[in-house]
Each structure stands twice: as structure tokens, then as C-alpha cells.
Design a protein around this ligand. Structure first.
Ligand code: ATP
Ligand code: MG
Length: 155
């Protein structure tokens, strides 16, 4: 599994900007990792890479569950931490955002259960020090499997 050493917040930002620059409409990125791992920090950088106005601050949608931003393509940022599981997620209609006109970034994707989109980039973040994180990348589906190697080589 390709892994990236994100030795500082700046490295995480550089990684996120690259992701934001290469994604296409319909892409899904799932972000796994404990509280404070940097899932929202990475999403902020993805928003920059997508060209979301830098004056717009990307915050964790923990209470509102879903935030939408306008960049080169729309960014749908979900935080499923407070949701009980797939029934609740289904009734909120969240799966309609997958493979739509924008990029969907999902924090706490474990909650999705069988709604987990099969084609996606999965990033597992682990805390390796006060300001360092390790990112393990898994491409699910043919397209992402090919892209993961490219991403790791350019970050
Ligand atoms: N290399 C790094 N990469 C990402 N974040 C870092 C790094 N070093 C330090 N940090 C800090 O770690 C914190 C990560 O918080 P963030 O809200 O992004 O976590 P999260 O994974 O979204 O947590 P939650 O599950 O609560 O939503 C931020 O305060 C950020 O500045
Ligand atoms: Mg968060």
C-alpha cells in the first residue's frame, strides 16, 4: 500500500492541493483516521487545489453533516461521525452526492456500511508525531488503482 510521510502541516497541504488539482467530477475520496488526524485539514487543502475562494474557510461539518463549496467543480464535504449508520445516511440522501457533478470528500466513511462507494480513493491518516502524519493510500476500482501510483510520485 503506497504511503506518504506528511512530516508537517505544510506537507499535508501540498498533498491536498495536488488532490484538488487532479480530481474530476464524480470522484469520491474517503478519509479515515482518529480525531485530530488531519481529515479536515486535508480537505481544506483539497478545497484550495479545487480553486475554492481562499477567503472561504473549510470547517468540519460535524453538526451540519454536509458542506458544499464552489470551486473548479463543486466540493461536497461530509462528516458522518454523528450518524448511526447506513439507514440514517440513506434517509438523508447522502449517497446521491456520490458520482455526481463534483468531488465528494467523506470523513468517518466507516459509517457508510453497504453504501460505501466502490470506486474511490481511500486515505487512511495516522498520527505519527505532534506535527507529522502518515497517509496510506488505497485506490478502489481500476481508475484509482492506476492513479494512486501517479499521486505518490508527484507529492
Ligand atoms: N502534518 C499534519 N497534517 C495534518 N494536520 C496536522 C499536521 N500536523 C499538525 N496538524 C494539526 O492537527 C489537527 C488536525 O485536525 P483536523 O480537524 O484536521 O482533524 P480531523 O481528522 O478532521 O478530526 P475529527 O475526526 O475531529 O474531524 C489540526 O489542528 C492541524 O493543524
Ligand atoms: Mg474533521
Amino acid at each position: 500500500m503506497p504511503s506518504l510521510e506528511l512530516s508537517s502541516l505544510e506537507r499535508t497541504e501540498a498533498f491536498g492541493i495536488i488532490l484538488g488539482e487532479i480530481v474530476e467530477p464524480g470522484d469520491v475520496i474517503t478519509l479515515e483516521g482518529p480525531l485530530g488526524a488531519g481529515k479536515t485539514a486535508l480537505t481544506q487543502a483539497i478545497a484550495r487545489g479545487l480553486g475554492v475562494d481562499p477567503r472561504i474557510y473549510v470547517t468540519s461539518p460535524t453538526f451540519s453533516l454536509l458542506h458544499e463549496y464552489q470551486g473548479r467543480i463543486p466540493l461536497y464535504h461530509m462528516d458522518l461521525y454523528r450518524l448511526s449508520g447506513e439507514d440514517e445516511i440513506e434517509s438523508l440522501g447522502f449517497s446521491e452526492y456520490f458520482y455526481s457533478d463534483g468531488l465528494t470528500v467523506i470523513e468517518w466513511p466507516e459509517r457508510l456500511g453497504s453504501l460505501m462507494p466502490p470506486e474511490r480513493l481511500h486515505v487512511a491518516l495516522a498520527i505519527s508525531g505532534e506535527t507529522s502524519r502518515t497517509a496510506n493510500l488505497t485506490g478502489h476500482g481500476n481508475l484509482w488503482q492506476k492513479k494512486v501510483a501517479d499521486i505518490v510520485s508527484i507529492v
